[in-house]
Write a protein that binds this ligand. Sequence first.
Ligand code: MAN
Ligand code: CA
Length: 305
Amino acid sequence: MTRFTVISTLLGIALAGVRPALAVVLEGPVVNPANGHEYYLIGTPSWTAAETEAVSIGGHLVTIRSAEENAFVFDTFVSGTTFNPWIGLNDSALEGTFEWSSGEPVVFTNWKPGEPNNTGGEDYARFDFGDGWNDVPNTSGNTEHGVVEVIPIDITDTDDDGIPDNGDNCPTEPNSGQEDLDLDLIGDACDPFPDNADHEQAQCDLELFECLATSSFTDADLDGEQDATDLCPDTPFGSAVDASGCSQSEFCEMNPAFTSRERAACRRSDWRNDEPTMRRSSHDCTVDKGSRGREDDRCISTELQ
Ligand code: MAN
Ligand code: CA
């Protein structure tokens, strides 16, 4: 033995003393056609080592959600062997409360009769000489295997804009910037109302008569703003309203900080900002198109429009 091999052997022994025993992949991935998930058989000295290995390959010890999935895992990795592989179910956090290591809710179990019984302290579930389950300790005789499940990330990108469909706010319209002006999680590129998160209201603004005929759309003052979002639900019939359902006078009364002079100025203002700039007056009115067809600086009507 050279000095180098002596040192490296000693170092190896020293490291082996602190290094936890590892799990290794023996088989897989095998895809379950029923759910597209990928499964691996791993060799392992314990449930915790198996779960650590599962996480390092992007998954967890298997979660079993139905008799069909139980049969798939059993037929694929267990049937015809002497293996009793680990599954993700465990009650290591709270005795008696079994959870999947994936965090998914427990919707199916296949315990053998009499299990789980926590005999002498048992927190980890395995297949147990067949397709039924048993709780056993973290390290247990006849348990040198585990089944890992990886749920692949969907990388389908239908519109080819570089954003996978499952994270794309417009999966069929290319929009690599994901712009979403009204923050309603529907990208502007495919949002029928890109500047209005309330699609029902926006649709009603376009087709009020249809909305008034819908029982879920109640609008007591018939101003086109449904009661649920109408800031001024008693607007006098026929008054023009802004996007919050208020007439100009209601709008001007609403600000408690206004002096009477400011309130009067408010009533003369173009509160919806929808008129062309007027030289003499800026208040809401019907605009005279003028003799040459251009927008004039006169109001032909002082009615609010
Ligand atoms: C052994 C262990 C236990 C199991 C009983 C059933 O003691 O495998 O986990 O519950 O057998 O008799
Ligand atoms: Ca048991």
